[in-house]
Design a protein. Structure first.
Lengths: 409, 274
């Protein structure tokens, strides 16, 4: 019950091999059941999926390991964290994974309708009804080609691949995903107002809302065969779990309302149960938490430690930094709080700690924060004191006093 | 196990002091690499090990121990290792099924006020079973208890007092009665001087355990900031009373974790710097 390294997926099939006369077992991975949309990590062979944001994949060491949780500390207005959640789900649709979306504020259907459109050049557009493309199948006579009639009977997709062979795709956020593509993916929903919480006499620290969510997750994992221990007869797939805004008041939690919450350990106990579920199934989860509302830093530390990967988004919107010329190329700062080292000793922290992100139309880019070249007439460098937030910017002569005049020679 | 750490602590699998309580703590850092060291160390020393793996799955420790040259699956088969997979057992408690009651060891999840009594009873039964040895079973050395980690119990609602009681009971059984060793990991956040940020009780737990232990290893990040080549510093404190009445002796080292081990060096002597 690992975070699904590649070997555990292939082991049972190797045991079923009829050629067991010798004890020699070839170390090849030819018997491996490959799951579309995954690849093994170069560091330790773990199975990785893409988050939908290629620069985030790079930060996390190549991708999100199957069986782990990514915690996203929301930015103040939940715009960019929600965007990353949608990227994650959209990537699941494109890779034909199954989705599980849970929310208390918005209906999961609304979130699913806002998924960004993938930029498809080599992705086969999957038609919901998989009919065999027999050459004798008649098309509408209006569609029949007159000149290029030899191409008449080829399938309409550009590539013959059943699913995209690329790891990590790009999305156009100005368009939403077409309904045919979205409906092709199997999606499970959990909308909290639809789940009346039954009263129980348990004194468990987990809130009723979270335990209902855990129960629903366990049911889906078990029913759809995502358990690692499930039979290998059917093809395996990955379950992508997106949990929106846990810890907010709409989940009946008062973590973000009070300094001394009564349900102090509810979210952490839930995250513990979530980790237990994930380690024993072929699934991966992204959880967003409104951490800017949680005053207790120690509690935030426990929440972070119970997730495997953790990043925090800090958008410039509405803050004084929005108009600061230093940050004009970016939308906000991104902090990597934690990177796991599962099944190995050393972890791969990113080289640079001062990262900033920008949401462009076709890409969510995360870069090292750098000082833009100052091409104005007056050479005025902002002093270091205005750079709050510990961003060690590689400014060459940044500590000059403000109001420098252009040097006249 | 890490040979450099063995020489720092002046121990080896053939010669280590018994009845020790080793406390591993970290502050805004990750000291789990030391737990892997002690696990492989005591397995090599042919001790009977009881491991409470509360935060990761068995296969994680198994994969890392493989790189350190020890096979956990084999040790488990031979009866040398008793492993409690906290994550597995917790699911049956957190999502109660009507059919079966679930395991007793993680009972504190059902009601944290109850405390860690059932967990202690699990520990007691696994370390004492080495006393009554059946015919043909291998003879193992003194029992060792490893816990990874104690702070997750605080996150799950158990009070710091209950965790201190648990560690006290375990120390009385494992270290005093059976002359075995005990290694526990405690994780802290925030600065040491903050008193009002201690709602979780982790500072109180750390202080209480530091008084109980005989050897403390505190792992922290570098005070000068993040560095790729030096992962942090380890402060080794011997708390056992020496023969001449000296109470505590402290030493500070810097470390770097690689794929197959960790190297420890005196401050400023990292190979990246020299």
């Amino acid at each position: 019950m690992m975070a699904a390294p590649v070997e555990s997926v292939c082991k049972p099939s190797a045991e079923r091999s009829p050629f067991s006369a010798t004890s020699f077992q070839k170390k090849s991975r030819s018997k491996l059941i490959s799951i579309p949309g995954t690849r093994p990590s170069v560091q330790n062979g773990q199975l990785l999926v893409s988050t939908g944001v290629t620069s985030l994949d790079f930060l996390l060491g190549g991708g999100l390991a199957v069986g782990t949780v990514l915690l996203i500390e929301e930015d103040r207005y939940d715009s960019y964290s929600r965007m990353i959640l949608k990227y994650f789900l959209a990537e699941g649709v494109v890779c034909r994974h199954e989705l599980f979306v849970a929310a208390a504020q918005d209906n999961p259907d609304d979130i699913l309708q806002e998924l960004p459109a993938p930029i498809l050049d080599d992705v086969a557009i999957h038609k919901p009804a998989e009919q065999p493309r027999l050459p004798c199948e008649t098309h509408d006579s209006l569609d029949s080609m007159m000149i290029a009639w030899r191409y008449q009977n080829l399938p309409k997709v550009q590539s013959a691949l059943a699913s995209s062979s690329r790891f990590g795709h790009y999305y156009d956020v100005s368009k939403t995903m077409e309904p045919e593509i979205r409906q092709a993916a199997k999606c499970h929903r959990f909308y909290l107002p639809e789940h009346p919480t039954e009263s129980s006499t348990t004194r468990s620290p987990v809130l009723k809302s979270y335990s209902a969510l855990l129960r629903s997750l366990q049911e889906v994992i078990h029913r759809e065969g995502f358990d690692v221990a499930a039979s290998m007869s059917k093809s395996r797939n990955i379950l992508r779990i997106g949990l929106h805004s846990l810890g907010s008041a709409l989940w009946d939690d008062d973590l973000s309302c009070h300094d001394n919450p009564t349900h102090r350990h509810s979210l952490t106990a839930f995250l513990y149960g979530l980790r237990a579920l994930l380690r024993s199934s072929l699934s991966v989860a992204v959880v967003t938490v409104p951490s800017h509302l949680i005053q207790d830093r120690a509690l935030m530390g426990s929440i972070t430690r119970l997730c495997d990967n953790a990043i925090a988004l800090e958008s410039f919107k509405g803050s004084e930094r929005e108009t600061n010329p230093l940050y004009k190329d970016f939308h906000g700062l991104l902090h990597v709080r934690q990177v796991p080292h599962l099944n190995c000793l050393a972890n791969q922290l990113p080289d640079h700690k001062d990262l900033a992100f920008k949401l462009k139309r076709k890409q969510f880019s995360i870069e090292r924060l750098h000082l833009p070249p100052d091409l104005s007439e007056t050479v005025s460098r902002v002093s270091r004191g205005e750079l709050a937030g510990g961003a060690t910017v590689a400014s060459a002569c940044g500590s000059g006093t403000s109001g420098n005049k252009h040097l006249d020679f | 196990m890490y040979t450099e750490l063995n020489s720092i602590l002046s121990t080896g699998p053939d010669s280590f002091t018994q009845g020790d309580f080793i406390l591993v703590s970290d502050r805004q850092s990750d000291a789990s690499f030391l737990i892997h060291h002690f696990l492989s160390f005591y397995l090599r020393a042919r001790c009977k090990v009881c491991f409470l793996g509360l935060v990761q799955s068995f296969s994680h420790y198994s994969a890392v121990s493989q790189r350190l040259g020890v096979s956990l699956a084999q040790a488990k088969e031979k009866g040398q290792l008793v492993f409690l997979e906290g994550l597995n057992e917790s699911l049956s408690v957190l999502i109660p099924q009507e059919t079966h009651a679930g395991s007793q060891d993680m009972d504190f999840l059902r009601d944290p006020a109850v405390g860690l009594r059932s967990l202690y009873e699990f520990v007691q039964s696994s370390v004492r079973s080495s006393v009554g040895v059946e015919e043909g079973a291998e003879e193992w050395g003194p029992p060792v208890l490893l816990v990874d980690d104690l702070s997750v119990l605080l996150s799950l609602g158990v009070s710091a007092g209950a965790v201190l009681d648990f560690s006290h009971y375990c120390r009385a059984t494992v270290c005093s009665q059976l002359q075995g060793n005990m290694v526990m990991l405690v994780r802290c956040d925030g600065e040491e001087e903050e008193e009002d940020g201690d709602d979780e009780g982790s500072e109180r737990l750390l202080k209480g355990l530091t008084h109980q232990c005989s050897l403390a290893l505190n792992v922290q990040g570098l005070p000068t900031g993040y560095c790729r080549d030096i992962h942090g510093q380890v402060e080794v404190c011997w708390r056992r009373r020496q023969g001449d009445g000296q109470n505590a002796q402290k030493k500070l080292f810097q470390y770097k974790v690689h794929d197959k081990g960790a190297s420890f060096f005196a401050r400023g002597t990292s190979s990246a710097v020299l």
